[in-house]
Design a protein around this ligand. Structure first.
Ligand SMILES: NC(=O)c1ccc[n+]([C@@H]2O[C@H](COP(=O)([O-])OP(=O)(O)OC[C@H]3O[C@@H](n4cnc5c(N)ncnc54)[C@H](OP(=O)(O)O)[C@@H]3O)[C@@H](O)[C@H]2O)c1
Length: 251
């Protein structure tokens, strides 16, 4: 099959492109750095010519409310229109577990808009919603940081490593469209404050995590249901502790 990965140069995109290539598919990694831009439309029709499947794992360069909404709306519209012309048979997109519970954030309103465009497009689709990536824990820490303290809620999470997300997406891309959604998560639940504490300790980062039930997650009040998947998610096998020990250089 010819499979186009939009955002093929990103964290997930790179891993997905190599996975699909290993399975013998013709894979095109499409993104602005390779001359394909879903916002301007540049290079899009050429990249999609003859493609059966498109996997969209692009992300917006700015997460400012207006900019991120504009990115996912414009990108989604252009991409889905080009897919119709090319006769694409399956559109796969990566979204976030709990998106509808996080709409106080402009980023999640934009992801919701992306999902809604896909559902209304008439193109057979599968939306894969993932929990937060292990690689994203550093950004969560940064978000809560004020000088030497990191203020975070203790909301339950179930993060997943990016490699396991790429494996799941590759499986979805080569199977029939669900015209629905699947959720993927890591193997174990862990609270946000504890997750960041373990990350900083492993990094020998001296910042102190303060548990604050009033602290927000990207501006959103969260509880133990906000960020975790529903019943029967697909689970990635990689444990946070194993990823930490292999990804953080020993002193
Ligand atoms: N972070 C998390 O914990 C998490 C959890 C669940 C789901 N997700 C979702 O996962 C997806 C991928 O995230 P990621 O961290 O892998 O992203 P990333 O590493 O930031 O990569 C972003 C990709 O988007 C591409 N891109 C940017 N502007 C584009 C445009 N105008 N047209 C086409 N491609 C464009 C970039 O291309 P260039 O390199 O060429 O600029 C790059 O390949 C996102 O949709 C996000 O919502 C993330």
């Amino acid at each position: 099959m010819k499979i186009v990965v939009i955002g093929g140069s990103g964290l997930i995109g790179k891993k997905l492109v190599s996975r699909l290539g290993e399975r013998g598919h013709e894979v095109v990694a499409a993104s602005p750095s390779s001359g394909v831009n879903t916002v301007t439309g540049e290079g899009l029709s050429q990249a999609l010519a003859g493609a059966q499947v498109v996997v969209d794992v692009a992300n917006a360069p700015s997460w400012e409310d207006k900019a991120v909404l504009e990115f996912f709306e414009t990108s989604g519209r252009n991409l889905l229109a080009a897919e119709k012309v090319a006769g694409v048979r399956h559109h796969v997109a990566l979204s976030v577990v709990g998106t509808e519970r996080l709409l106080a954030s402009g980023y999640f309103r934009a992801k919701m808009a992306q999902e809604n465009l896909i559902k209304a497009s008439g193109i057979p689709y599968t939306i894969v919603r993932a929990t937060q990536f292990f690689e994203f824990v550093e950004a969560i820490a940064q978000f809560g940081t004020d000088a030497q303290t990191v203020r975070l809620p203790s909301a339950m999470m179930q993060p997943i490593v990016s490699d396991d997300v790429a494996v799941a997406l590759a499986d979805v891309a080569i199977t029939e469209p669900l015209n629905g959604m699947v959720e993927i998560a890591g193997p174990e639940p862990i609270r946000m404050d504890e997750l960041v504490r373990r990350f900083l300790t492993a990094r020998r980062d001296s910042r102190q995590v303060i548990t604050d039930p009033q602290a927000r997650y990207y501006g959103v009040p969260v509880n133990d249901q906000s960020l975790v998947p529903g019943n029967h998610p697909r689970l990635g096998p990689t444990r946070f502790a194993d990823w930490l020990s292999r990804s953080i250089p020993k002193a």
